[in-house]
Design a protein around this ligand. Structure first.
Ligand SMILES: [Zn+2]
Length: 195
């Protein structure tokens, strides 16, 4: 068992263990955690991380709650939902917009529930590709649509502040499910609605 396992055993995602982690980061970068200005930083860090990782305690079903209704079958699309996430390789932020489109079978999701679905999966450590797929499959889990497509763009601090230092680059990802159930015209309309 290494020192982190020993310190945090059984206390994952608790405020106390996150505070200890914040304190360790300060010491590890050469700071003095007791100097004025840093005294409350581990506590603030713990609170911020708890919020940024709040998706771990939620499931797609929690996110939509009672927000499922009888549908009439037409195309539904919601574009440019803002998200913020943390990349799992560097624990640095990435952020951008998510667009979701689906053809319902018999159920539709309340429109405010789609952003909540985005939060379930973005407020975790992520890679953008998996985030895209998980949002789509979360939709499948709660409303079993005929087909769903998700498109995401993302700016990654780990590429902008460090490493290749490409500040202007934007990463685009998409994932679709159930496309074979659609006619060619429906498929085209669905992708067009996300452009
Ligand atoms: Zn990264």
């Amino acid at each position: 068992m290494n020192i982190s396992e020993a310190l945090f055993h059984g206390h994952s995602n608790s405020i106390e263990s996150l505070k200890t982690a914040g304190d360790l980061i300060l010491r590890s970068v050469g700071e003095n955690p007791s100097r004025e200005g840093l005294e409350r930083t581990p506590a603030r860090y713990a609170k911020a991380m708890k919020e940024l990782c709040s998706g771990y305690s939620l499931s797609p079903k929690d996110a939509v709650g009672e927000g499922i209704f009888q549908g009439v079958g037409g195309l539904v699309s919601v574009k440019d939902i803002e998200y913020f996430s943390l990349c799992e390789h560097h624990m640095l932020p990435f952020w951008g917009h998510v667009s979701v489109a689906y053809y319902p079978s018999d159920k539709i999701l309340g429109l405010s529930k789609i952003p909540r679905m985005v939060d379930v999966f973005s407020k975790r450590l992520q890679v953008q590709e998996r985030l895209t797929k998980e949002i789509a499959m979360g939709m499948v889990e709660v409303i079993h649509p005929r087909a769903v497509a998700v498109k995401i763009n993302g700016s990654h601090m780990c590429m902008m502040m460090r490493g290749v230092k490409k500040t202007g680059s934007v990463t685009h990802t998409e994932f679709s499910w159930g496309m074979e159930t659609l006619t060619a015209e429906e498929r085209q309309r669905l992708w067009q609605s996300l452009e």
